[in-house]
Design a protein around this ligand. Structure first.
Ligand code: HPA
Length: 288
């Protein structure tokens, strides 16, 4: 997957949407509704973008939606390429390569995740402070093109401190507003902060694996995000990540985990989640 391919994809996207986009949002499972909030939206199916992976699953892989949030142009990836679907890491990270070539500076990664922390209940959100890559492969394995970034990129601060501060401040303001307006009966602290552990999937974990990941320092587990975060940092983009906690990790409750529950919890928090994203995007663009 060459540098030239990413340039070509970026040029194609720009030919469909000429406005300068500074921020991209990648939407996780069950969180796709945010893309419908964009004004003056242009939708580009992944199939039509040069060098984007072809969908291996039935239905469509997704769309890139470009449009405005409060007058600010943003790109929204509705649907992503997961490693467990059989794509290789170059295919999984290719959209991020194209976004880098488009000159996008800020990346907001979202996902559905299982909680390893009894305090962090389904329906809450977790701001990603750092990650553990337990996918068994590094997304940058292979030939490096210095035009994209260095061979050995630093990963000391993958998740940008300034963006984290913005997410926390906006979440706190939202809690306050919701309480004062009577929408919430008490002050709800819905945003946690923790370490996201990426696994290759597609199985959910065994209870013993969940205990192991907790011992390793994980607060949440999921099957995405880390490849994109690494590719974005490699290119010097600013990254922030928000997990929607959809369930407790295997063995933490009596119940089995199923995809239906994951999707339903995503839909349940959609309103809060969309509001937070909108506020964060507005703030990012104010601070430049
Ligand atoms: N494990 C892995 N990925 C997930 C989970 C989980 O419990 N919930 C949502 N995505």
């Amino acid at each position: 997957m060459s540098y030239e391919n990413a340039v070509e994809a970026a040029e194609f996207i720009r030919s469909k949407y000429a406005q300068g986009v500074e921020t991209v949002v990648v939407l996780g499972s069950g969180l796709g509704a945010f893309a419908d909030d964009l004004e003056n939206a242009v939708r580009i199916p992944y199939e039509s973008i040069p060098h984007f992976a072809r969908s291996t699953v039935e239905g469509h892989a997704g769309e890139l939606v470009l449009g405005e949030i409060d007058g600010r142009p943003v790109a929204v990836q509705q649907g992503r390429f997961h490693f467990y679907e059989g794509y290789d890491m170059e295919q999984v990270t290719f959209p991020m390569r194209a976004f880098g070539q488009m000159g996008i500076k800020n990346v907001i990664l979202t996902n559905a995740a299982g909680s390893l922390n009894t305090e962090m209940t389904p329906g809450s959100l977790m701001l990603i402070s750092d990650h553990l890559n337990c996918m068994g492969v590094n997304p940058l394995r292979g030939k490096n093109d210095e035009r994209s970034g260095p061979r050995f990129p630093d990963m000391t601060a993958v998740y940008d401190k300034e963006l984290q501060d913005i997410v926390v401040a906006e979440a706190n303001a939202m809690s306050q507003e919701r309480f004062e307006s009577g929408r919430d009966k008490e002050l709800v602290d819905f945003l946690h902060r923790g370490v996201y552990c990426a696994l290759s999937g597609p199985t959910y974990e065994t209870p013993t694996e969940i205990r192991m990941y907790r011992l390793l320092g994980a607060d949440a587990v999921g099957m995405s995000t880390v490849p994109e975060a690494v590719a974005a940092r490699h290119q010097g983009m600013r990254v922030t990540g928000i997990s929607c906690i959809t369930n407790f990790g295997a063995g933490m409750t009596e119940e089995a985990i199923n995809h239906q529950e994951v999707m339903e919890t995503g839909a349940r928090v959609a309103e809060v989640f969309k509001e937070l994203l909108r506020k964060v995007i507005s703030r990012i663009h104010q601070t430049g």
